[in-house]
Write a protein that binds this ligand. Structure first.
Ligand SMILES: Cc1ncc(COP(=O)(O)O)c(C=O)c1O
Length: 398
């Protein structure tokens, strides 16, 4: 067996199941799950209809590159959303469909990393655990960039030693961030692209929360936008990852894309051909409908805003609550350890939240997940309101 498998950590939800094991929560309070980042709003009808209408597409093997009209719909969306001139991104060579960003974020490292060079893969901490597993199974060592309140929950790239940059082959960034909701400003992205050029590494920009943001007039900036701003119009060393899971409430569709550097995507295309992960044709048609429609995305954001606002109004009576600029998470500071908080909250109020340390690693003498829990406002608003009241009551007992 691949010895690197031994380095993989249990997934956060396995740890959470163990934490809750044997506890019997009060039976008069219905369970509210705010732990998993699975959107619960309705998948728009246009997506469901397109899927059903194209069921006959199951009779054909899909191609790895996907239908030209799918890649066209993605490139038009990128141009609209990030104000990138439409002719800069060639859907023939610079976009590939993926079956959700999870598999792509994982397989990208397998394709990209050169293991004999003692490679480092840099990533934020706390983080989406796939980055770490992808690095380890690709034969690289993860190097963490702690995101703490002091640095506005953003990685501080200036603290990374030069020796680390020299060994860095791949940098994962997550903006808007899971679990903090922090957005990396465009100037930082531009700086990163310059670093990538100087030290010859690739930036994998996980932007799967880019469409869930608080200020309708201030959408999060993206890596390709930053590349264009500094004249990197071929998107050298830049690859973005986008998903319909959060944007369009379609986590079960398994649909997203990667876009950027044509040379990298050519090799990644070759990798994917062997990996065997083409997107089924009906899914492709449903995805076209989704990328072409923006109205459902605007409505979706509004639903989250209402939940954030109601949740904050109630919980602020017990503790400081900050609504993040983007994502559907609240990264709440806990008055006791995050483990104790999550366990006792479940035991007394039947509400599940995720201890921050299940999403982080101790690094450079600190663990940025400590004393935080991640609260995913995915449940319907009445449940979020109920949960806020119960968490408030619970904090008052501490
Ligand atoms: C930061 C981040 N990236 C990627 C994903 C994967 O999303 P999907 O595979 O549904 O596109 C998730 C899912 O929760 C996530 O939180």
């Amino acid at each position: 067996m691949n010895p690197n498998l031994n380095h993989l950590q249990p997934y956060p939800f396995e740890k959470l199941a163990r934490l809750k094991q044997g506890i019997v929560p009060p039976t008069d309070k219905a369970h509210i799950a705010l732990s998993i980042g699975e959107p619960k709003h309705i998948t728009p009808h246009i997506i469901q209809e397109a899927l059903i209408t194209h069921m006959h597409g199951l009779s054909a093997y899909p191609s790895t590159r996907g239908l030209p009209e799918l890649r066209q719909s993605m490139s038009e969306w990128i141009a609209r959303r990030f104000q990138i001139p439409a002719d800069l991104l060639d859907p023939e060579t610079q976009i590939l469909p993926v079956n959700g960003t999870r598999e792509a974020l994982f397989s990208f490292a397998q394709c990209l990393v050169e293991p004999s060079e003692k490679p480092l893969v840099l990533m934020p901490n706390p983080f989406y655990q796939i980055y770490e597993g992808a690095a380890l199974l690709a034969g690289a060592q993860p190097y963490f960039l702690n995101t703490t309140e002091e640095n506005a929950y953003l990685p501080d790239f200036d603290t990374v030693p030069e020796s680390v940059w020299r060994r860095c082959q791949l940098l994962y960034i997550c903006s808007p961030g899971n679990p903090t909701g922090a957005v990396i400003p465009q100037t930082q992205l531009e700086y990163l692209i310059e670093l990538a050029e100087r030290y010859d590494f690739v930036i994998a920009s996980d932007e799967c929360y880019s469409e869930i943001y608080a200020d309708e007039n201030n959408p999060p900036t993206g890596l390709l936008e930053a590349a264009v701003a500094i004249g990197n119009t071929e998107f050298k060393r830049c690859v973005i990852f986008h998903s319909l899971s959060k944007r369009s409430n379609a986590p079960g569709l398994r649909s997203g894309f990667v876009a950027g550097d044509a040379e990298i995507l050519q090799r990644y295309f070759q990798y994917r051909t062997y990996h065997g992960c083409a997107m089924p044709v009906p899914t492709q048609h449903a995805s076209i409908a989704a990328w072409r429609d923006e109205a459902h995305v605007v409505d979706n954001r509004q639903l989250y805003r209402e939940k954030f606002s109601a949740f904050k109004d109630i919980l602020s009576e017990a503790t400081a609550v900050t609504i993040p600029p983007a994502s559907f998470y609240i990264w709440l500071k806990t008055p006791v350890s995050e483990i104790q908080f999550a366990q006792q909250l479940f035991a007394s109020e039947n509400v599940t939240v995720l201890p921050g340390s299940y999403l982080s690693r101790p690094f450079n003498e600190s663990d940025p997940g400590r004393n935080h829990v991640r609260i995913a406002l995915v449940a319907p608003i009445y449940e979020c309101i109920d949960a806020a009241r119960r968490i408030k009551n619970f904090i008052h007992t501490l």
